[in-house]
Design a protein around this ligand. Structure first.
Ligand SMILES: Nc1ncnc2c1ncn2[C@@H]1O[C@H](COP(=O)(O)OP(=O)(O)OP(=O)(O)O)[C@@H](O)[C@H]1O
Ligand SMILES: [Mg+2]
Length: 880
């Protein structure tokens, strides 16, 4: 059994796409099919030529066994890329740095943004766009905003606030993590934020693969808000491990924006003079703003402010409260607050209206059957909306004032203020920014929704060996100041920490290690002088509200010092992901050591007697050193020596999941993926069967009407009806196997008709084609006789006869075809026609391509005769 693998090359397309297609073809020929190709090369070459003319390139006919190789085909053909993911609270955007530039990837619904929603049902999960589509009807088992819970412990007060946006119940597990409860596969099941984020990342991986990108060999940068603490960052990294995303690094959103701004404006920027630009990002749930300083080759973040709970959804909530009260009054007490589905629908309508108000002066809010049978209809004007948004705008103002003060303190001249994030499209937000920064207009040169993902993709590309990107140096920077404190022979947890960690350390045993805006990555070291056991604590100060202050604790064991001068040098790394790591602990000792230094010859004071000797054999004396009796030839000197020994220290590993937990979640995710796939494949088979039934009901009296006898048609109709009834009866829900078997049975019955019909459709074209191709022989016979004087009369007759016979045969075939009974196969197959033409070619081609004999080179002969005459004349003159 053979199957044909064809690749289309669009001969008219230009540029990258064409190149890419050609590359694919090359890859196939060289890497995958070389061995097979070699065997069948001659066969293929001929066919290739024909197919190429039609815009197709035949790669190979492959045996079914060799199709195994094809399983790797997609992977082989997919491209390498550096991926950037803007992992927002509402939606994700994926950018890919490819050889042709940066591209935003479409999801399966051809949208550039994918909603971060996961829905669970009795059979499967719906993730991303599918999740959002079923969210309202399956709100009890649909989860959004799960990434807002990453690394947040149960005791955090804003966790409570955050749960108001959820439509599923939550619990806190023994390690303080939030558990989201849903009914999945008919059972109550709970998931951690890391698991759900892993699921969502898996979906994004799937979208990346849909875009023909080989994710396993690519590298990925994921954005995080700059305010993410150690525990939040670690939780996201764990989610990447669960989904096996090849994470290159986490990247602060601010830095991603700065890369996207600076890298693509290199030509406009100056090498010496900085361009200071402020950026304001207002998303669905959070806010950040910063000032970046941009040069031609580098950029840095000078000042930043963030707020984790300040986004467009907060305005929506104010409106929701107002309309919920209005609805309650209108309906005499019906509560939309207590009705989760109603709440979700009203919030959705409010969000839509908010977007409408960005471009219009009023917006309509209509929700049918909001609660019970009651509709809700209202109109909101922009002024009213802005009035209601005042408390929200006030919060933005407080944050931006802080940033503006920093700008003034640093005496920075701002070039422009760029806005990004969906919610900066609100006109009142733009006016506020303009007022605070005292500018005429905000700048919108960056794409509001895509710049973070683009920046991440560029960072990934800069770090990938697969791409050569013009270097643009940009340091990520630290958000929370980190201090280090140490205690000798004492444990922190034995002390009273109620007044804050800072008070637990003696005055000179605590200092700031990484200040705010300290570049990342960065190594810092400090030295401790005592040899007693030391407990080193790295902690946030000030502590981000609601978070644990401690990042890491290091236990240095007691050390026996051999010398008086010693110190313990501790090196701490703030790594690219913004995480604290112990780099190394070295115990260093300094001491003076006596060393013998050979005395320089000139300096040696030698007694007289020896001096005499030395006069006789000076060299020997110096070389012999202390061997001889009398004064030694070395002096003793004190030299400072330093030794360093690495100390093995115990460290705490806070916040991360254990490897066992990651393995378990990974396994669970794989199992859920398998279930989803099984469901999708079953659904696909069911749809395939259904579509086949519908198609053949139409075909039998439509396009294949003349290709089956009535008895056969009746038999097929009967079978189709049977299958149809079953499909909408017992076959509503069954196994993939059953759908496949029934489909195969129908195919067996119907496909011979389609084969016959297809043959009858192709036959006239094939015959016409060979007749057209045979015109070359016709043309040959019509040529002037002198042009084939080298061809014998017999040969010309042979071509003429063969051509006449061939044409007769073709016309006869066409005649038979017009009268044929199209319910049975035609007596002549396509292959026979091609063979017939091949026979004609075999006989005539050598004749028409017969080489003319070489013409007699007269000129040369004339030249030769002239030369001979000249030679004779010359000889004559010489003899005279
Ligand atoms: N034209 C518009 N007018 C008003 N709001 C808009 C408009 N377009 C989008 N938005 C809002 O922008 C928000 C989404 O912004 P964005 O995509 O930046 O959020 P996100 O990155 O998912 O969230 P976050 O950054 O807060 O985690 C949504 O609330 C959306 O309604
Ligand atoms: Mg965002």
């Amino acid at each position: 059994m053979f199957s044909k693998l064809l690749f289309k090359i669009d001969k008219n397309s230009q540029g990258n796409q064409q190149k890419q297609d050609k590359n694919k073809v090359e890859i196939l020929q060289t890497k995958l099919f070389k061995p097979i190709f070699a065997q069948k090369e001659s066969k293929i070459k001929e066919q290739n030529q024909k197919d190429q003319n039609r815009g197709w390139v035949l790669i190979i006919n492959i045996d079914i066994q060799q199709q195994l190789i094809l399983e790797n085909l997609n992977q082989l053909m997919s491209q390498l890329a550096s991926i950037g993911i803007d992992f927002g609270s509402q939606r994700s955007v994926i950018a890919a740095a490819l050889r042709g530039g940066v591209k935003i990837l479409d999801n399966e619904g051809t949208h550039r943004e994918t909603q971060n929603v996961i829905g669970f049902t009795a059979e499967e999960r719906f993730i991303g766009e599918q999740g959002a589509l079923q969210q309202k009807s399956n709100f009890k088992n649909s989860i959004g905003f799960f990434n807002r819970f990453l690394g947040i412990s149960g005791k955090q007060q804003f966790r409570e606030e955050e749960t108001k946006w959820l439509t599923v119940p939550t619990q806190i597990n023994e390690s303080g993590k939030t558990l989201f409860e849903v009914s999945y596969l008919g059972q109550k099941t709970s998931f951690t934020p890391e698991q759900l984020t892993g699921t969502m990342l898996n979906k994004l991986k799937n979208i990346i693969q849909l875009n023909d990108i080989n994710i396993q060999s690519s590298n990925v940068c994921i954005s995080v808000p700059p305010y993410y603490t150690e525990s939040e960052r670690k939780a996201l990294i764990d989610a990447c491990k669960i989904s096996e995303i090849p994470l290159e690094r986490l990247l602060n959103e601010t830095t991603a924006i700065a890369i996207n701004y600076g890298l693509f404006r290199k030509t406009d920027l100056d090498a010496e003079k900085p361009r200071n630009v402020a950026f304001v990002d207002l998303g669905h749930s959070k806010f950040s703003a910063f000032v970046g300083s941009f040069y031609k080759e580098k950029a840095s973040v000078l000042a930043q402010v963030c707020e984790r709970n300040l986004g467009a959804r907060d305005i929506d909530w104010v409106l929701f409260e107002k309309f919920a009260t209005q609805f309650e009054k209108q309906t005499g007490g019906l509560s939309v607050r207590k009705n989760i589905k109603g709440r979700l629908r009203l919030l959705e309508a409010i969000e839509k209206a908010r977007k409408v108000l960005s471009a219009n002066s009023e917006a309509q809010i209509n929700v049918e059957y909001l609660v019970e049978d009651e509709d809700f209809n209202t109109l909101i004007k922009r002024e009213e909306f802005e009035q209601l948004a005042q408390p929200f705008l006030k919060q933005i103002q407080i944050k931006l004032d802080l940033l503006y003060n920093q700008v003034q303190n640093l005496k920075l001249q701002l070039h422009s203020v760029e806005i990004i994030g969906g919610a900066t499209r609100i006109p009142a937000v733009q006016r506020l920014i303009e007022k605070i920064f005292k500018i005429e207009q905000v700048s919108r040169t960056l794409n509001a929704s895509e710049s973070i993902s683009r920046g991440c993709a560029m960072m990934a590309a800069m770090r990938s060996p697969n791409f050569r990107v013009t270097e643009y140096k940009i340091d990520d920077c630290n958000y929370y100041p980190i201090k280090v404190g140490w205690l000798y022979e004492q444990k922190l947890n034995s002390l009273d920490q109620s007044k804050g960690l800072l008070n637990c350390f003696p005055e000179r045993q605590c200092k700031i290690l990484y200040d705010q805006n300290n570049p990342i990555p960065s190594i810092k070291s400090f030295a401790l002088m005592k040899t007693q056991p030391i407990e080193i604590t790295l902690f946030y100060d000030p502590v981000p509200q609601g978070f644990d202050p401690i990042l890491k604790q290091i236990y240095v064991p007691p050390i026996i010092a051999k010398h008086k001068e010693h110190s313990t040098k501790v090196k701490i790394l703030l790594n690219q992901n913004g995480l604290i790591n112990l780099e190394e602990v070295l115990f260093q000792e300094e001491y003076m050591e006596e060393i013998k230094v050979p005395i320089e010859k000139a300096k040696i004071k030698i007694p007289q007697k020896q001096e005499e000797c030395s006069q006789q054999k000076p060299d020997i004396q110096i070389q012999e050193g202390i061997k001889g009796e009398g004064e030694p030839q070395y002096e003793i000197k004190q030299k400072k020596k330093i030794t360093q020994n690495q100390i093995n220290c115990e460290t705490t590993c806070l916040y991360s999941l254990t490897q066992k937990e990651i393995d378990q979640f990974f396994q669970q995710e794989i199992e859920m993926l398998n279930i989803d796939n099984q469901v999708h494949e079953t659904q696909f088979k069911k749809n395939q069967l259904e579509a086949y039934i519908y198609a053949w009901r139409e075909n039998l009296n439509g396009k294949y009407a003349e290709n089956a006898r009535q008895e056969l048609k009746d038999q097929i109709y009967k079978e189709l009806d049977l299958q149809y009834e079953w499909l909408y009866g017992d076959g509503q829900k069954t196994t993939k196997r059953e759908y496949t078997d029934r489909y195969d049975k129908l195919v067996q019955l119907c496909s011979p008709i389609a084969t016959i019909a297809e043959e009858y459709r192709q036959l006239p074209d094939v015959i016409q084609q060979v007749l057209e191709d045979s015109i070359i022989y016709e043309n040959f016979l019509n040529l002037q006789e002198q042009q084939f004087a080298h061809i014998t009369k017999e040969e010309i007759n042979l071509v003429a006869n063969e051509l006449t016979k061939f044409k007769q045969w073709c016309n006869n075939a066409l005649d038979l075809l017009s009268k044929a009974d199209k319910t049975i196969r035609f007596t002549i197959s396509i292959q026979q026609i091609n063979t017939k033409y091949a026979e004609l070619q075999q006989k005539c081609q050598p004749i028409i391509t017969k080489q003319k004999p070489e013409p007699i080179k007269e000129e040369k002969m004339v030249d030769q005769a002239q030369q001979e005459q000249q030679n004779i004349n010359q000889n004559k003159m010489e003899t005279e």
